[in-house]
Design a protein around this ligand. Sequence first.
Ligand SMILES: [Zn+2]
Length: 471
Amino acid sequence: MRNRTGRFLWLGMLIGLVGWAACDTNTTDLPQEAEEDVQEPVRTPVPEQVDDQVAFVDVHVIPMDAERVLEHQTVLVQNKQIVELGPVDAVVIPDGWAVIEGDGVRYLMPGLADMHVHLNDISAEARKDHIVYVANGVTTIREMWSFNNDLTLRESLGVNESNRFGPYMYVAGPGMDGPGGLHNTPAVQTTEQGRALVEEYANKGYDFIKVYNLLAPEVYAAIMEEAAAQGIPVIGHVPTLVGLQQVVAAGQVDIEHFIGYMLAASNNRSATGTLDLNTVNQLAQLTAAAGTWHTPTITVGALSTNQRVDIIRSPHYRYVSPSMRARFSSGFHQGIPPATAERVEANVGIVLRAVQEAGGRLLLGTDAGFGFMQPGFSIHDELVNMVEAGLTPYEALRAGTANAAAFVGASDIFGTITIGSRADLILLDENPLEEVVHVRDARVGVMLRGRWRSAAWFEHELEALATSYGQ
Ligand SMILES: [Zn+2]
């Protein structure tokens, strides 16, 4: 056992000066104000980088299996997994292991899953986005529209199997849409075409079939039937001519965005109309009873033209690759007028609260890679917006951790801090159950499948990235 004494120092009001100081800070040099009675515990500096055999010592664990904090724990990580978790006095740290000090004040939570992203391609630039995700605590992603028809994106990147430093990936096949769609995949016009593509995508190893707005009802029905036969789940939009009730009845497992609710429940079949609350509640009860998941993507749906400008001006926009910048500014979704955005936001809040109150199932997703949603950074905006729309911090964080794992049937593998689960972890200086922004602002570092990197390490990497983009 390590000696646990001497951890705290009385450092008065000098939070900014000594926040990262080591335990042996010489307190006698402090000015008189330091004698005042505010206790500021020292946060021990963390190693920049450790690849295996790591002990998080005296951390408050937020396991995310329930709304609770396990105080003063030690967590051992070996071979990409959490191998021990228990009270700090009960866990022996093996000789030679790296120690990351929690100092009895830091919080350890599972890595986040962004369940709606668009990597767009597998170019060198798109691969660089992986580090931006992980730097922000995103250790799992779900690609929502694979553009690579020959191999799955995941295999071509080798992320899940190899030691490549990127988030664990789930991948949906190329989106299936009817004639007139905006995307670069062929329109699915007939039931035969729909069935053939489902079979093809299932055989290629995609995790999901993605459906989109303009599918004809009979083609959608054929896709659903074939997907059930192939054993591949279907996710995506609510096709306009199919409607929310039919999508739920057909067994679509996840609904992206809330537009399907608004089309069904608004007075003018739009996201800005007046919602009929009875209809919203009925639909929320329907989806809850069916166990349908939702990925609200609040931020992108209510992005105003003003917010777009703010995003472009933000310091972290330097980490957006030239190809992604070009994509953002070239095409659709430049944001909506602020007044319209407010109406959409209000409607999204109504639907979100109805779904939550009905006991519906929620995932966290951003649409990163589309519509000015930056990889990694955008997940913090989405968390804040989920809370502003009416979720508790726990509910919002759960959507991006335990719920994501439950959705893909991997609750024993990730999404919680449990012995045996994958060591995808975020260490924070503050409690994220109090404020979700702490996941953005108080990060000490991130562990990706057992590999620890400090916030300073990521800062270096992101600086190098910006330089490589000429920013
Ligand atoms: Zn999307």
